[in-house]
Design a protein around this ligand. Sequence first.
Ligand code: FPP
Length: 233
Amino acid sequence: MDIPKHVAVIMDGNGRWAKERNLTRLAGHKEGINTVKKVIEAAMKSKIPYLTLYAFSSENWNRPKDEVNGLMALLNHFLEKELKLLLENKVQLKTIGRVHELPKETYQRIEAAKEKTAHFDQLTLTIALNYSSQNEIVDAVKNIVNEAKEDAINIEELDYPKLASYLDTKDLPDPDLIIRTSGEYRLSNFLLLQSAYAEIYTIPTYWPDFNQSHFNKALDQYAQRERRFGKIS
Ligand code: FPP
């Protein structure tokens, strides 16, 4: 079976899952953490080398303060409780997004976990936090322009691989498969350039109900797709 090298996931539907059960939105996110653990395990079982999870977009700051604070607290809790799981399974933690703008405690925990797992290569788990593809491109362009001003880069030689080396994802291969839960058909500012040739798989299931067998079904579907990269069969 053709296994994707990099699976990226838009974890959607926590709020609707909670609403259907008369629970708070935060209860939905809390349940979503259990799915995060299941999907990490499923990725390891299938020997997928790169897994990226969209946990907090730059637009998510516009949600009610309680929800934003609750999400940060959940993230802190995850980093504290699951660091052991990452270490035991040799999982390297990475992030994409403007993580330095997160609350100080969260930022420090993330950086510490990244440092402790930097030498692992069983699975690279990247969490997109305060991430926006558009902001990522703006940051890359600013850096390129600044380097050009100092003659550190020759603009005539700029091509896509060079541009990509300025993106947050510079150390990751482009995603082969993007999974989105909850029945929405959007990329929502996630890996817009990197997903140029990604296969997209959507499923109506809300994120808290998503499980290993759903994940494996997405992998089966992926294996059946014909990827042409602009060429013909
Ligand atoms: C989208 O559902 C989900 C989020 C904005 C947050 C996802 C976060 C987690 C699953 C927990 C933290 C993650 C990690 C990696 C520790 P939504 O709230 O937009 O759902 P809705 O569209 O039904 O309202």
